[in-house]
Design a protein around this ligand. Structure first.
Ligand SMILES: [Zn+2]
Length: 189
């Protein structure tokens, strides 16, 4: 499980969704959660660097500390029994656009996201308040934008959650291009 998990983490890094130290990923197995450690360069993570925590956030296995956003992951799993993976990125475009994202801009969004894009007001990162607000928003949505911060996507497994991160990034791009084209047409640039 750890090797497959790390392949997804590297893919997220290589595609620019997460940066060296920002963003975090988790996957659930039974009552335990495999999660990325805090302050560790993502593309160089090894299976030994990963952390197993329980639903109380206690480290069950691993020598490093879990991501500072571990509460966000735990709170999502507590509310969504159907969720097996949570991905949090700092994707810039969806974050900047937030409620301006047009979910109808790409037909694939309807198929893959299965819901609209939730938007969570800015709350200090790493706090219990943010974890709860994001998890509440994700009860009825599979993707959420955290204002001025980033994105959270959930799925049955990492394939579904990571795909939703990518679809949301594409949706943000489509929204921006559509907006630019409207301005170009309006002013006949
Ligand atoms: Zn973050």
């Amino acid at each position: 499980m750890e090797e497959e998990f790390l392949r997804y983490v590297r893919l997220l890094y290589e595609r620019g969704h997460i940066t060296l130290l920002s963003g975090n990923v988790s996957a659930k197995s039974g009552d335990l959660i495999l999660i990325t450690p805090t302050n560790w360069p993502k593309p160089f993570l090894t299976p030994e660097d990963l952390v197993w925590i329980n639903l109380s956030g206690e480290v069950v296995k691993g020598r490093l500390r879990p991501t500072s956003e571990w509460r966000l992951h735990v709170e999502v799993y507590k509310r969504r029994q159907d969720v097996g993976a949570v991905v949090h990125t700092h994707d810039v475009l969806p974050t900047v656009l937030a409620e301006r994202i047009d979910a109808s801009a790409l037909s694939e969004a309807e198929a893959y996201l299965g819901s609209g894009v939730a938007v969570v007001p800015y709350i200090k990162p790493g706090t219990r308040e943010l974890a709860e607000a994001a998890a509440e928003a994700l009860i009825h949505s599979n993707v959420a934008v955290l204002k001025r911060h980033g994105v959270v996507a959930v799925g049955r497994d990492l394939a579904e959650a990571v795909n939703r991160v990518e679809v949301l990034a594409d949706l943000a791009k489509a929204t921006l291009y559509t907006t630019i084209l409207k301005i170009v047409e309006k002013y006949a640039l």
